[in-house]
Design a protein around this ligand. Sequence first.
Ligand code: GNR
Ligand code: NI
Length: 167
Amino acid sequence: MAKLDILEFPDPRLRLVAQPVETFDADLKRLADDMLATMYDAPGIGLAATQVDVQKRLLVLDISETHDDPQVFINPEILESRGTEVCQEGCLSFPGVYADVERRDWIRVKAQDVTGKAFEFETDGLLAVCIQHEMDHLVGKVFVDYLSPLKRSLLLRKLEKQRRHAG
Ligand code: GNR
Ligand code: NI
């Protein structure tokens, strides 16, 4: 499994919109495996294909504490959602900065696995937050887009400062 490079803000490629996956072949399986390896190495709890410069509707996740529950969602869709919750989010494309974001609290999701088999499930809490965060990446949206202009500029200044100090 290969480690892929993660695009960092303000790379314009983070704004590209991913296309549906139509071919479920060995290359797709390899991409999903490489994305999981990249996510575990980072380390992060999720990664969208957009973040590794691939414009396909594919995301990977593992919110387990033991890092042994890899999940792959292809062509994900939110069928239904309820309520709101605020969670402190981070993003591998914005290393070292965090902000509160309001998202839907409960979601029902439809997706396909790496073989193309469709499945549906409902979830809430961190998994629901993470799926929404990753699905945003697939349409070129990032978590700082939800912040007020003031909060966003403070956060982006902090990001720049951390980069200057990060050797
Ligand atoms: O590793 C990650 N942690 C995280 C924490 C709270 C809400 C969302 C996330 S996703 C993030 C990895 C990432 O950038 N995925 O796109
Ligand atoms: Ni992210």
